[in-house]
Design a binder for this molecule. Structure first.
Ligand code: HEC
Ligand code: HEC
Ligand code: HEC
Length: 124
């Protein structure tokens, strides 16, 4: 086996494992509407912060990327405690009127996530 086939093989295994993990809890979601580039990561919420599925998948969110189709998926709703604002209220998690860029990763961050901008090491 050449080094190149070995690397390809290893990459395939890692990607399969990643996809399987994402399949168990939804993976990363990047919203495009009404504004582009808002990140929601299942990994940080479920694996790192230990939140259970039903904390969000009760009345807050469906198991599909559908919230952005709703007209009230805007900051004002978050400030009123809906959607992400149910937790991002300054007590359970950082408030929705702070740290804009933590949720709004923008178009550049979206490219980085999808592997389109691998040379950009900034942004953490
Ligand atoms: C902190 C909140 C939160 C937790 C905890 C959470 N989810 Fe999600 N999940 C979301 C949000 C937000 C969406 C997108 C909803 C929307 O856009 O309408 C979503 C979407 C999904 C999707 C659809 C993904 C897609 O790309 O279409 C699946 C599947 C899913 N979740 C499974 C799970 C499972 C299984 C768990 C528990 C292991 C879990 N989620 C825990 C917030 C959460
Ligand atoms: C069930 C509660 C809950 C809901 C709902 C929730 N979050 Fe969070 N989120 C947390 C907690 C807890 C943390 C970590 C604590 C902190 O950093 O203040 C966090 C951290 C984050 C972070 C920083 C870590 C990371 O993933 O990069 C982002 C960004 C984020 N949330 C975005 C969102 C968005 C966008 C939504 C709605 C689509 C959302 N969250 C809904 C609880 C929640
Ligand atoms: C907890 C995550 C989170 C934080 C923090 C956050 N936003 Fe948002 N923002 C969202 C989500 C989710 C949407 C709706 C989805 C989309 O537009 O892609 C949104 C949409 C928006 C929109 C378009 C809809 C509207 O309300 O007009 C603007 C503008 C906006 N945010 C500005 C901001 C500013 C400015 C800040 C900081 C003061 C901020 N956001 C902080 C999650 C967040």
């Amino acid at each position: 086996m050449t080094l190149r086939t070995l690397v390809t093989f290893a990459t395939a295994i890692i990607m399969t494992a990643g996809a399987a993990l994402a399949a168990t809890h939804g993976g990363d979601i990047v919203y495009e509407k009404p504004v582009k580039g808002v990140i929601f990561s299942h990994k940080t919420h479920v694996e790192d912060k230990g939140l259970s599925c039903d904390m969000c998948h009760n009345r807050l969110f469906e198991m599909g990327k559908v919230a952005q189709e709703k007209a009230d998926f805007v900051m004002e709703s978050l400030y009123q405690g809906k959607y992400c604002g149910a937790c991002h209220n300054g007590s359970m998690a950082f408030a929705s009127n702070t740290r804009c860029a933590t949720c709004h990763i923008g178009v550049k961050g979206q490219k980085r996530l999808s592997g389109g901008d691998k040379h950009d090491k900034k942004g953490h």
